[in-house]
Each structure stands twice: as structure tokens, then as C-alpha cells.
Design a protein around this ligand. Structure first.
Ligand code: FES
Length: 80
């Protein structure tokens, strides 16, 4: 199914980009991986949703994802 009409990208294209050795972290990086760039931007939320499905917790910004090498939990800033 076409998810980006400006660049004629399918959900399969986005999933393929997510399978790269260094997967994209943002919708903007997905465009770059696929050799294009955002035009109108209406597809960004859909692309992010597909990324979240394809990449799981890492795409959701998990701070303790072993795939990112970040094993330290994120703490709330000290506001005292
Ligand atoms: S629909 Fe994807 S940039 Fe316009």
C-alpha cells in the first residue's frame, strides 16, 4: 500500500528501510534511506507508526534498548 504519495513509497519500502543494518530513528531518516526527502509531510505519522511496528521498543525511544547500546535508564531531571 502506498503510504507516501509524494514520493510513491509503500509500507513495504518503509519496512525494508527499517531492516537496514543501522535502522532509521526518525521518519526523516526513512526518506533519506529511500533516496528521497519529505515533501508535504502528511505521511510522517504513518511512517512513524510503521517504524514503531517494525522496530518495536527501539523505535519507541526506549532508553534501555540493548540494540542502541544505551543500557542506562533515563532519569527525570533534578529540579530541586
Ligand atoms: S505524502 Fe509523503 S511527503 Fe507528501
Amino acid at each position: 500500500m502506498i503510504v507516501c504519495s509524494c514520493n510513491v513509497l509503500s509500507d513495504g519500502d518503509v519496512r525494508r528501510a527499517c531492516g537496514a543494518k543501522t535502522p532509521p530513528r526518525t521518519a526523516g531518516q526513512v526518506y533519506g534511506c529511500l533516496g528521497c526527502s519529505a515533501q508535504c509531510g502528511r505521511c510522517a505519522r504513518t511512517i512513524k507508526k510503521i517504524m514503531d511496528e517494525a522496530l518495536g521498543a527501539c523505535a519507541a525511544g526506549c532508553a534501555i534498548c540493548p540494540q542502541t547500546g544505551n543500557l542506562l535508564p533515563v532519569r527525570a531531571p533534578d529540579r530541586s
